[in-house]
Design a protein around this ligand. Structure first.
Ligand SMILES: Nc1ncnc2c1ncn2[C@@H]1O[C@H](COP(=O)(O)OP(=O)(O)OP(=O)(O)O)[C@@H](O)[C@H]1O
Ligand SMILES: [Mg+2]
Length: 390
């Protein structure tokens, strides 16, 4: 993984004499007290994190928690009061005006909540805007604008005016305008929150599809926990200007840092986030097909289970045996081959728990999690499918 952005001890205090507030923050004086005493609003209070190349990094938090302040620091629309911001290892807080202009034009692009389109320009001219600012020749910028509109699913809409488009389509134009500059990083501040819920869900999936094509580094802000967990590779949760927890959705769900996070995630539909690999157990015990039936009985007895998966040397799944069949087989002098059966379900590690729910309620045996070469990666028992949901 390559680090794209690293933020170290970032503080943003608004208002006069903001540096004087730093000492107060260090002493642990709260935002509220500072606002009362000095009139300074603390937007971001000592935040550190990194964003990796190609990931969607989501910043989530309630209104006023400091999300916009933080994202606007990343392209220095907000000048940090203290702290460092490294872009590809270079501290951008130190940039002079010229460096900063080039940085904003070439490296980062922003998509806004209310689209921010020019109402008097066509869709195509909106998409071409950044290239125009950069001084690209007309033919080139229109060609790129058309290509980018195609990427966001708006091929053929170039000559329309923004008001002729739906909200979702207008935000696609916003996205195309950002992408047309071919920036390294896309900054998206609540880009879908002005859209109605159905369109919003479409746009979330659309963004993931577009990201598959363009492979940008994306910093995405939302206050919707379901949106955050659906699209984020990693999520940072903010409260009162601080980051409370950073992690993958699975990490946060299975290991919430404190009660605040627990509260935040209680409405999440876990079955849509947890995958087979998150709820499976290590496949043990197992029976290797060279082992005899007596070994099988012993394994099942020791572990208090009534069935056992059978694998070959390379842990490729061969089948399953039950304790009843095994006991009978020993009595009747049968072999492993006589009693091995394949009456169980398999799944791959990436399958969402949601899809396993109907299977879990139906199956007598654990579900076998296998990779593409049929190697047994883990087993899922009914209880862990259901436990994945609480
Ligand atoms: N330009 C500004 N001048 C003074 N205070 C500001 C300014 N911008 C933000 N703040 C303050 O900083 C804090 C964080 O605000 P911010 O806009 O970053 O929150 P947010 O998480 O983006 O909220 P929302 O979800 O409502 O957009 C708030 O207390 C806010 O009042
Ligand atoms: Mg905001």
């Amino acid at each position: 993984m390559t680090e794209k952005i690293r933020v170290e001890n970032l503080v943003k205090v608004f208002g006069r004499n903001s540096k004087a507030v730093l000492k107060k923050l260090e002493k642990g004086i709260t935002k509220e007290e500072i606002l009362k005493k000095t009139g300074n609003a603390v937007g971001v209070n000592n935040v550190s994190f990194e964003v990796n190349e190609g990931e969607i990094f989501v910043i989530m938090g309630l209104s006023g928690s400091g999300k916009s302040t933080l994202i606007r620091c990343l392209n220095l629309l907000n000048k940090p009061t203290a702290g460092k911001i490294f872009f590809e290892g270079e501290d951008i807080v130190k940039y002079n005006k010229k460096q900063l202009r080039e940085f904003r034009q070439n490296k980062m692009a922003m998509v806004f909540q209310h689209f921010g389109l020019f109402s008097h320009r066509t869709v195509e001219d909106n998409a071409a805007y950044g290239l125009e600012v950069k001084g690209a020749p007309k033919e080139e910028r229109l060609r790129i604008a058309r290509e980018t509109l195609e990427t966001v699913g708006l091929g053929g809409w170039g000559d329309k005016m923004p008001h002729q488009l739906s909200g979702g389509m207008q935000q696609r134009v916003g996205l195309a305008r950002a992408l047309a500059n071919d920036p390294d990083v896309l900054l998206m501040d609540e880009p879908f929150s002005a859209l109605d819920p159905l369109i919003r869900r479409d746009m979330q999936l659309e963004l993931l599809d577009i990201q598959d094509k363009v492979q940008k580094t994306i910093v995405f802000i939302t206050h919707d926990v379901n949106e955050a967990f659906k699209i984020g590779d990693r999520v940072a949760v903010m409260k009162n200007g601080k980051i409370v927890q950073v992690g993958t959705p699975e990490e946060i769900l299975s290991n919430p840092a404190n009660e605040y996070i627990e509260d935040f995630i209680k409405d999440i539909d876990r079955s849509k986030i947890m995958q087979a690999k998150n709820v499976m157990f290590k496949p043990s015990p197992l029976l290797f097909n060279k082992d005899g039936l007596k070994v099988a009985i012993k394994e099942m007895e020791t572990n208090g289970i009534s069935s056992l998966f059978v694998v070959d040397k390379g842990r490729k799944l061969q089948g399953l045996i039950t304790i009843d069949d095994t006991i009978n087989a020993i009595k009747e002098g049968k072999t492993l081959n006589d009693i091995i059966q394949r009456d169980y379900f398999t799944t791959d590690p990436e399958t969402y728990v949601q899809e396993l729910l109907p299977i879990a309620s139906e199956t007598k045996f654990p579900i076998a999690v296998v990779d593409q070469s049929n190697k047994l990666e883990g087993i899922i028992v009914r209880a862990s499918v259901l436990a994945g949901l609480v």
